[in-house]
Design a protein. Structure first.
Length: 350
């Protein structure tokens, strides 16, 4: 619609959620309209190269177009759209980290707030209630670990901070109800009068509260079933200036393509998730430090400013190229020369 009103505008669109494969996208009744709309962009960005590839495959299947896979571009009705990956990130340093007390104090504050004994190990999950985030799956992994390794009973607590969202939609309210039921069931099975393995906190958390939980945690679990990026993973990494703590990360989150030093899991595999939890809990401090240093280096360099800057630089570069081409065309027309002569002039430098 912007293109219709401003035919010569430079339009950059960033698609924030995953782009599915063509078979999944074929379900959508408005697939051609959506794709033609997006292809009105000059540059169309996605989180990962994987999503770019999915979009190109869907374009090949549903839109009459010319696709240049080497240049990652799509041409429709003579107008070219560039398809580019722009992995979104977070600010560095995170503003929520400013004023945070040392990790030991954060851990003591969290233990005191939830009535946890000093020796208990803490795993955290921080999400909004969304069925794509895998909240139920990580709770089932805790259950599986405690079933197979009962020695962790009384020594491990999983704190799930979950913000209510879209409560008027049945699917979201049903998810919250199911999470509460599952937490009660697991706590009944493995808990006691003084111990609950799962602490489900359903409310909005301010950024400083989130970072306090991150800094208190021995393990952070990100078990997305489908996610464009997932910034929780990057926030956890950024919060750990002590270079301790373990990130468990779903392979279905876009962040998994960058944070390769995390413990990768398939959230649909409950047994493997439980094993990853135990691996994280017993990981030596030196290995934690090595993994976190690499991930922190990546997040520091590929921060949100670089994300925005790269898109703007690409747009500026493209605008410059368009001005050069327009100038050449105008000059050629002024001299009354055709494209063949123009090419000769450019080649000889005359």
């Amino acid at each position: 619609m912007v293109r219709e009103h401003l035919p010569n505008a430079t339009i950059l669109t960033f698609w924030h959620i995953p782009w599915p494969n063509s078979e999944t996208f074929s379900i959508c009744p408005w697939r051609e309209e959506i794709m033609h709309g997006l292809l009105g962009s000059t540059i169309l960005g996605f989180h990962t190269q994987f999503h770019c590839n999915n979009f190109l495959e869907a374009t090949d299947r549903f839109v009459e177009s010319r696709i240049d896979r080497e240049q990652a571009s799509v041409t429709v009705a003579g107008r070219e759209t560039l398809i580019r990956p722009y992995p979104i990130s977070i600010e560095w340093p995170p503003s929520a980290l400013a004023g945070q007390p040392p990790v030991a104090q954060c851990r003591e504050a969290v233990r005191r707030r939830f009535g946890l004994p000093p020796a208990v190990r803490i795993a955290v999950g921080i999400e909004r209630f969304d069925y794509t985030k895998g909240i139920l799956d990580r709770m089932r992994a805790i259950d599986d670990l405690l079933r197979r390794q009962p020695s962790w009973k009384g020594r491990l607590v999983f704190i799930q901070a979950a913000a209510p969202t879209r409560g008027k939609l049945a699917a979201y309210s049903a998810l919250q109800n199911e999470a509460e039921r599952l937490a009660d069931e697991i706590n009944t099975r493995h808990g006691s009068a003084n111990y609950k393995p799962i602490v489900l906190v359903i409310r909005h958390h301010e950024p400083d509260e989130v970072f306090e939980l991150f800094r208190a945690a021995d393990v952070c679990v990100v078990s997305s079933l489908h996610d464009g990026m997932n910034l929780v993973a990057k926030e956890f990494v950024a919060s750990r200036d002590d270079e301790q703590g373990v990130l468990i990360l779903s392979t279905f989150a876009g962040a998994a393509r960058e944070l390769s030093e995390a413990l990768m899991v398939n959230p649909y595999d409950t047994y493997a998730m439980g094993e990853a939890l135990e691996q994280a809990l017993v990981m030596p401090a030196a290995e934690q430090r090595e993994r976190l240093r690499l991930m922190r280096d990546l997040v520091r360099v590929r921060n949100v400013y670089r994300w925005a800057g790269q898109m703007l630089l690409d747009v500026a570069r493209l605008r410059s190229q368009q001005r050069i081409v327009a100038s050449m065309v105008a000059e050629t027309r002024g001299l009354g020369q055709g494209p063949e002569t123009r090419g000769l002039r450019l080649g000889t430098g005359v």
